[in-house]
Design a protein around this ligand. Structure first.
Ligand SMILES: [Zn+2]
Length: 482
């Protein structure tokens, strides 16, 4: 009985109850079986190791795994796994044959506290039910998200998009895109008749656009150079915007002074967030870059998202028609589909990554934080239920005037994305658990992780040339102005 005392939340739950809560996921059956098997083996191996390595006097005191580890505050502990994992059973039973292919992510995750090493604390980020915000903190976060959500709506302006198309060397972009998509097609053809090219023409247009944007169009500014003598300048704090700066939408202006003793003139750096103005100024830091570039992606006809990260970054996501999924695009780093750049590449911890588009709002953190144990920062701005409520609220607002058919299509896209994000997390869990197994491999052959490492290396070299400097962000904390 001592064994049983150590494992909380093992009450058996009637099968019917569990099944009714678990929608079947359209994933391969063999895969689910493997995962189940891995879970079982890990749990029982770990359990056995624990039991054999501790004196019996210590066993009782170890039953301190918090029961609210993965769930919202004030909610009851999650139900035990539907597969009936029993960590205290040294020889696990065979997976039940009638089990549907893959358990729902939310059902799977609560089992993990029983496997301490990867402490997936942030998996509590998977909410179960939307909850309306009712405390001051949640309400503040909600108004901030609502305000951020306006950014991509401002691009839905035919006059702006026309102006943008006028600024883009379209012929050059289209030619480059054609050339590259031909290469992808040839590459696929060389691998067999049924192979789909890696990327389609629309993807290649955005890739070419990004290359041009970073290399030829937009300029990165840390401290602006003195416009009189081209000497470097020193930061001198903030200044009140001049009337024409205000008129163009800058409510913050950074002030710099020329370091040349004989000049010492002042240089102003107004932080604009109007994409129209940015087409003319063509400079800034990550906020200006992501704003202007995302708008240009819209101008060339892609569905686009502006992704706000609570730490200090913003980037773009473009919907790939060819791949039927959202693709990460960071124009500052000239990175395409490298979502692990920030975590595995730069070693950053991320809390919230929220994607806003003209037709919705989605929490896409799971795309960027694959290993929450290592790379997740605390999500404390509101409860997960509230975040779910607010993202749905914004989405409903954006789709309010759409016709039924359009809404239906967008909902289908959303569901596909949700399945994709869940799969990412489950695969990541499976990988981490497999590492714990005897003889588990600790090196990862994940192409995304590989890409992130390469991207991070590339960034190092850029920074050593003095062109990067994301970390030199000095302005006050306006998320739109990073
Ligand atoms: Zn000067």
């Amino acid at each position: 009985m001592a064994d049983r005392d150590q494992i909380p939340r093992r009450k058996p739950v009637p099968k019917a109850q569990n099944q009714s809560q678990t929608p079947a996921q359209p994933l391969p059956e063999g895969w689910a079986k493997d995962l189940t098997h891995q879970f079982r083996r890990t749990l029982s191996t770990k359990r056995m190791n624990e039991l054999s390595s501790r004196p019996s006097s210590q066993r009782r005191s170890s039953s301190r795994i918090p029961t609210d580890y993965f769930v919202e505050d004030r909610q009851p502990p999650p139900l035990p796994p539907r597969h009936g994992f029993d960590a205290s059973t040294p020889t696990p039973a065979q997976p039940t044959r009638e089990a549907p292919p893959v358990p729902d992510a939310q059902q799977l995750l609560p089992q993990l506290p029983q496997v301490p090493p990867p402490a997936y604390s942030s998996l509590k980020n998977l909410p179960t039910l939307p909850t309306a915000p009712n405390d001051a903190k949640s309400l503040r976060f909600r108004s901030m998200l609502l305000s951020l959500s306006n950014t991509p709506c401002k691009w839905e302006n035919p006059g702006l998009l026309d102006e943008a198309l006028g600024a883009i060397p379209l012929q050059r972009i289209y030619e480059e895109a054609q050339e590259e998509s031909d290469l992808f097609a040839a590459e696929a053809a060389s691998m067999g008749s049924n192979i789909k090219p890696a990327w389609g023409y629309q993807d290649c247009v955005v890739r070419a656009l990004m290359k041009w944007f970073k290399r030829d169009f937009f300029e990165w500014v840390n401290n602006p150079l003195c416009s009189l003598c081209r000497t470097r300048t020193l930061a001198r704090g903030m200044a009140a915007p001049l009337p024409d700066e205000s008129a163009r939408g800058a409510n913050r202006v950074e002030l710099y002074q020329c370091a040349n003793q004989h000049c010492q003139s002042y240089e102003r750096f107004p932080r604009y967030n109007d994409a129209f103005v940015l087409l003319q100024t063509r400079k800034g830091r990550v906020g200006e870059w992501a704003n202007c570039f995302s708008m240009l992606c819209r101008a060339v006809g892609s569905r686009v998202r502006w992704v706000w990260n609570a730490e200090d970054h913003v980037w773009t996501e473009v919907y790939s028609v060819h791949r039927k999924r959202w693709v990460h695009v960071d124009c500052c780093e000239e990175q395409w589909d490298a979502p692990l750049l920030y975590t595995q590449g730069w070693g950053k911890k991320l809390s919230y990554c929220i994607a806003f588009s003209a037709d919705g709002c989605t929490d896409v953190t799971r795309r960027y934080v694959r290993n929450p144990a290592e790379y997740s920062a605390a999500r404390s701005r509101c409860s997960e239920g509230v975040l779910m409520h607010v993202t749905r609220e914004i989405t409903a607002l954006r789709r309010r005037d759409m016709d039924k058919k359009e809404k239906f299509r967008l909902n289908a896209d959303d569901m596909r994305e949700d399945a994709e994000l869940r799969k990412i997390i489950i695969e990541s869990l499976a990988f981490n658990i497999s590492r714990l197994l005897p003889g588990g491999n600790s090196t990862r052959s994940d192409p995304d992780a590989q890409k992130a490492a390469e991207a991070a290396e590339g960034r190092q070299s850029v920074r050593s040339r003095g062109e990067g400097g994301r970390n030199q962000h000095t302005g006050p904390h306006d998320p739109r102005q990073q």
